[in-house]
Design a protein around this ligand. Structure first.
Ligand code: UDP
Length: 240
């Protein structure tokens, strides 16, 4: 029996989390540190799936604002998430962890196609799975991809790593007296109009009763502490 509070989790990292101190792309030191954190959590007994965004390379909305066709921009964004996933797979495997990238877009010369049953099998066999290319559809984000895959694989918890250490009643960068919530219900998030993730992703979590924890991945060891049951960041669930 695992001593952890969660057996199977999906961790969503933004593409920007991979940039470290750079302005663009991937900082090898940063991705190495994140990979190490994930491996420690996995070695403690958790089954871990990852979704990594693409915002450190391309976002479709930004490309469309600059004049590009939106669907093409979103396809570039999805491919950016594949690049990040391959980089993470490499960082994990360099550290002795078995990992598989599974893409929602068919590019099976570079990674596996996403097949739900195969993804679950990888997890059961102790492999870390990285879901790439979001939902495979334009006009979505990787938050939606993360919520969707978390539900499909039967994750106990969706972890969303951000630069802020939880959900606040007001923007903590603008208001120093802003208060962080330890726990919220889905309904409270909606009635208070709090921004925890995009609307489509949030609706998926709420409709499936998937608990969601928003936290800051900046502190070393935080992932493992959460999996051991520490109340870090903000938990959003159906329970008040
Ligand atoms: N994207 C998409 N469909 C998806 C997921 C992602 O079209 O299901 C595109 C979209 O253009 C998005 C980009 O990929 O902006 C990168 O993902 P996201 O913005 O979620 O990355 P993050 O902000 O987490 O780094």
């Amino acid at each position: 029996m695992s001593p952890l509070a969660c057996r199977r989790v999906l961790l969503k990292l933004s593409g920007e989390a991979l940039m470290g101190d750079e302005d663009y792309g991937i900082d090898p030191k940063m991705i190495g540190r994140l990979a190490q954190e994930v491996i420690e959590a996995q070695q403690a007994g958790a089954e871990i799936a990852l979704v990594i965004g693409g915002g450190n390379i391309f976002r479709g909305a930004g490309l469309a604002a600059a004049g590009m066709d939106r669907v093409t921009g979103d396809q570039m964004g999805m491919l950016a998430t594949v690049i990040n996933a391959l980089a993470m797979q490499d960082a994990l495997e360099k550290r002795g962890c078995k990992a598989r990238v599974m893409s929602a877009l068919k590019i099976n010369d570079v990674c596996e196609d996403y097949i739900r049953r195969r993804a679950i099998r990888h997890l059961e066999k102790g492999r870390l799975v990285i879901f790439a290319a979001g939902t495979g559809n334009p006009f979505f984000t990787t938050d939606s991809g993360a919520a969707l895959r978390a539900i499909e694989i039967g994750a106990d918890l969706l972890l969303k790593a951000t630069k802020v250490d939880g959900v606040y009643d007001r923007d903590p960068k603008k208001y120093p007296d802003a208060t962080r919530f330890e726990a919220l219900t889905y309904d409270e998030v909606i009635t208070r109009d709090l921004q925890v993730m995009d609307t489509a992703a949030f609706a998926l979590c709420r409709d499936s009763g998937l608990p969601l924890r928003i936290f800051d991945m900046g502190q070393p060891g935080v992932l493992l502490r959460i999996l051991k049951g520490e109340n870090i960041g903000t938990l959003v669930s159906g329970r008040g």
